[in-house]
Design a protein around this ligand. Structure first.
Ligand code: SF4
Ligand code: SF4
Length: 282
């Protein structure tokens, strides 16, 4: 009959309207009591009636898979072996797959040799261009970039303020674990543990971390270089003629120069080892 459907629709609207007040009476002043979680209940599927979220005083709970701009995962700052270490190896995959091309990465180089080191020296994301697609997080082979839940990023300056650098992007691993606990567990299972792949690899080799290994390797290399230099210098030194003692400052400079050369050689070795690790991972 003409008008029945219309009347039914209006009744639904009216009931929804009335339920709003029933709900208000039911919760009363307990609506905002933090220990009762009433606000979360009223936002859930059990909620009745219409209500307004008084943003920014009230905020809707974010679902775990909500994505806003990405952030970079770094090791927890109180981690025993690798505090604050980047999980990113600057492989560049995220910047390649990013549809609007808003990621820039500068790979670290060994200052002495110029060889690449698997760490980002700089990492930028233009958050005005980012379309929050999450491709970067999906493709990263090291779980090093994740989609954040922080959506309050507006500012009056949309130039430099909205180009996030590495410092602004970096957040501890425990933060990811807090905002997305289910996904963090799934990823840890897929990775074979809570630690970064590199740290797991070092642990399997018997070391506690790549950093510790690198330190040991540096010490070994230092000894080897010292022994080689002494052996090479021996025949050139005329035995009977005593070498005039160098002035203290000159001798100190000489030692400093040697130390720099030794450390450069050790850095080269560590970078080669890291590259091999990375190649074996990929
Ligand atoms: S894909 Fe992951 S590891 Fe590679 S550069 Fe991007 S964030 Fe770093
Ligand atoms: S979320 Fe999408 S658009 Fe944003 S940086 Fe990642 S890949 Fe690029």
């Amino acid at each position: 009959m003409n008008g029945v459907g219309f009347a039914k629709g209006m009744w639904v609207t009216l009931r929804h309207f009335l339920e709003t007040y029933v709900d208000d009476v039911r919760y009363g002043f307990r609506k905002y009591a933090p220990d009762l979680n009433n606000f979360e209940v009223r936002q859930g599927v059990e909620a009745q009636g219409a209500f307004t979220v008084q943003y920014p005083d009230e905020k809707l709970a974010m679902p775990e898979r909500f994505r806003f701009v990405p952030f970079l995962v770094v090791e927890n700052y109180d981690h025993e072996d690798r505090p604050g270490k980047d999980w990113c190896t600057s492989c560049g995959i995220c910047s390649k797959v990013c549809p609007p091309q808003c990621i820039w990465i500068v790979r670290s180089n060994d200052p002495e040799t110029g060889r690449p080191v698997p760490e980002p020296e700089a990492f930028f994301i233009d958050i005005d261009i980012c379309m929050n697609c999450g491709f970067c997080a999906e493709f990263c082979p090291f779980d090093a970039i994740k989609m954040d839940h922080d959506y309050e990023l507006a500012s009056y300056d949309r130039t430099t303020n909205h180009i996030f650098d590495k410092d602004k992007l970096s957040k501890e691993f425990r933060y990811w674990n807090t905002i997305a606990p289910t996904r963090a567990v799934e990823e840890a299972e897929a990775r074979g543990g809570w630690e970064h792949k590199d740290a797991q690899k070092e642990a399997r080799r018997g070391g506690s971390s790549r950093d510790n290994k690198a330190t040991e390797a540096r010490e070994e290399k230092r000894e080897a270089v010292r022994a080689r230099k002494e052996a090479a210098a021996a025949p050139e030194t005329p035995a009977p003629v005593a070498e005039a003692p160098k002035p203290a400052a000159a001798a100190q400079d000489d030692e400093e120069e040697k130390r720099k050369r030794r450390e450069a050689a050790l850095r080269r070795k560590a970078a080669r080892a890291a590259k091999r690790d990375e190649e074996s991972d990929s």
